[in-house]
Ligand binder design. Structure first.
Ligand code: GAR
Length: 227
């Protein structure tokens, strides 16, 4: 299963994917292209240093012409036999021209527990709102803003006094785990989509259950007697 990675930023999620591939942790998923929509995207160097075909498709060259931008993205991918597209810090909304060419085959990592805090500057918004748990989401991409069916989420606590950068760094560690996991499931064809509901074959739900409760209880909950 070949995949392309679209990036706008520095590319730590891309690096996590490439590390996972090199370590044999994403099954038969093979990175074949990195596409950056801005010449400022450091991710291009991450791709090139790892020997992955890496190229720019600058969004600004297309001004208000999103369809033209998306057709160019499709042209770049056409010779590469791409099965899936991974948005890893890609700060553009894709529309029907692109998505109809990859139905349910585009996924995105977002640094919030969707549907809370879609869009931009989500770490600041989560802190300002006063949430106790934040996290990251990997989801299928539809034409909305961070609105597609959810594949996997992971949580982190928000500490008193956190600033946006501290929270972003904590969430990023989760992104680097859940994105390769989702790609592995895709490569193994274990994901089933039914409406908004995503299920993963072979995941033993009861034994994989993890609590993440924050702030922590100040009593030993498990040893309390509950009628
Ligand atoms: C990541 O936190 C990613 O979740 C976010 O951009 C950052 C890119 O970092 N993406 C979005 O906000 C998309 N809505 P990276 O370039 O180091 O992977």
């Amino acid at each position: 299963m070949n995949f392309a990675v679209f990036c706008s930023g520095r590319g730590t999620n891309l690096a996590a994917l490439l590390d996972a591939h090199e370590a044999g942790r994403i099954g038969g998923a093979v990175p074949v292209a990195v596409v950056c929509d801005s010449h400022h995207a450091g991710a291009i160097n991450v791709g090139r240093e790892r020997g992955i075909y890496s190229t720019f498709v600058p969004r600004t060259a297309y001004h208000a012409n999103r369809d033209g931008f998306e057709r160019r993205l499709l042209e770049v991918l056409a010779p590469l036999d791409v099965d899936f597209v991974i948005l890893a810090g890609f700060m553009r909304i894709l529309g029907n021209v692109f998505l109809s060419a990859f139905p349910n085959r585009v996924i995105n990592v977002h640094p919030a527990l969707l549907p809370a805090f879609p869009g931009h500057d989500v770490w600041r918004k989560a802190i300002d709102y006063g949430v106790k748990l934040a996290g990251a989401t990997v989801h299928f991409v539809d034409e909305g803003v961070d609105s597609g069916p959810i594949i996997i989420q992971g949580t982190v606590p928000v500490f008193d006094g956190d600033d946006a950068d501290e929270l972003a760094d904590r969430i990023l560690t989760v992104e680097h785990k859940i994105l390769p996991q989702a790609v592995k499931w895709l490569a193994e064809e274990r994901i089933t989509l039914s409406g908004r509901h995503v299920s993963v074959k072979g995941v033993d739900q009861p034994t994989r259950y993890n609590n993440c409760i924050w702030p922590p209880f100040d009593f030993d909950y498990l040893n309390e007697h509950h009628d």
